[in-house]
Design a protein around this ligand. Structure first.
Ligand code: HXC
Length: 295
């Protein structure tokens, strides 16, 4: 059953509170793959704080259920379902999770494809299976999520369009949302990341295709591309602790990102203010990738 509990963390640690209206996601349901990870749980927590209920899925049962409980503390009465044992590489696994989410929470309005695989490996040390593993988690996993949630996103768009038709607007005033969590590595090229670069380039293209084909069905599709985010396992794995301070100085904004920076972008894209944003990438990296000139 969905978790809910008390003692929320201070909202200002995970969201810019002055920017966003409380309750703006009431009666909305978020579905998120990789939702127990640091970045995605931050995205979901912010949406839950502002009114949404949510379902997060992941491979690890304990980690996913614990993350769901923690996210539920963002708002009294929030329903957050954590479904473990879900491998996004399996269409059936994802379809079953989506059915369970809809059974418990009633639908899906916002879907975030966040499940990803990453490790540092030179081309010469990368087996075909290692390459395939990351492609399957990132690309096939994102595709599977789109396939599984699509009927529910369409239903959400229709529900909200009929209730807003009195405005005289002919378009989709409150579309359903697809968000893909990508990266910036493939904009320039980064050593030891062949597999991730290939995967994230494909994820970006998948989002662009969705924007064109699903826009007319009332669904926007966008990419969020975080740079290095301070609290993540990804950054810890990709850079040595003693190199981090020097690396931060090389970022135009002088620091690594925080989970909150990604959460803020997510809230903007998923809220009313983002209703006309479709087929784009919001890079949340403090300008970092533009400074990777190679000089
Ligand atoms: C070389 C490696 C390797 C490494 C795994 N492999 N780690 N090869 N160097 N460090 C190889 C294995 O030997 C195997 O190939 C193949 O990859 C599959 O490994 P398995 O462990 O069997 O696969 P699996 O259990 O499915 O795990 C998938 C995974 C793993 C991608 C390898 O790391 C994972 O589950 N990651 C999910 C969590 C994660 O990485 N999150 C971070 C996302 S951060 P062989 O040939 O031996 O069979 C992120 C940010 C990117 O994405 C941008 C950063 C700025």
């Amino acid at each position: 059953s969905p978790s809910s509990s008390s003692s929320p963390p201070d909202p200002s640690t995970y969201l810019s509170p002055s920017t966003f209206v409380s309750g703006q996601f009431l009666n909305k349901v978020v579905f998120c793959t990789g939702g127990a990870g640091t970045i995605c749980s931050g995205q979901v927590r912010a949406l839950v704080h502002l009114g949404a209920n949510a379902c997060i899925v992941g491979r690890n049962v304990e980690k996913t259920e614990k993350a769901a409980q923690e996210i539920a503390t963002a708002r009294p009465g929030a329903k957050v379902l954590g479904i473990g044992g879900v491998d996004v590489r399996s269409m059936q696994s994802l379809a079953d999770a989506v059915e369970r989410c809809v059974g418990v929470l009633g639908g899906i309005d916002i879907a975030i494809a966040g499940a990803a695989g990453n490790f540092l490996a030179p081309m010469t040390g990368l087996s075909a299976n290692a390459f395939r593993s990351v492609i399957e988690i990132d690309v096939l996993g994102s595709y599977h999520m789109v396939k599984a949630v699509l009927p529910y996103l369409e239903a959400s768009a229709k529900r909200h369009s009929s209730s807003s038709s009195s405005s005289g607007s002919k378009g989709w005033s409150e579309p359903a949302r697809l968000i893909f969590v990508s990266a910036t590595l493939h904009y320039t090229g980064v050593p030891l990341q062949t597999h991730v670069m290939a995967a994230k380039a494909a994820v970006d293209s998948l989002s662009n295709a969705c924007a064109l084909e699903l826009g007319p069905r009332g669904i926007t599709s966008n990419v969020i591309a975080p740079g290095g985010i301070a609290e993540t396992e990804g950054l810890a794995r990709l850079a040595r602790e003693e190199d981090l301070a020097a690396a931060a100085k090389g970022i135009p904004m002088g620091r690594f990102g925080h989970v909150r920076d990604v959460a803020d972008a997510t809230v903007w894209l998923c809220g009313k203010a983002g209703a006309y944003i479709n087929g784009t990438t919001v890079v949340v990296d403090g300008g970092a990738w533009r400074s990777r000139s190679g000089n």
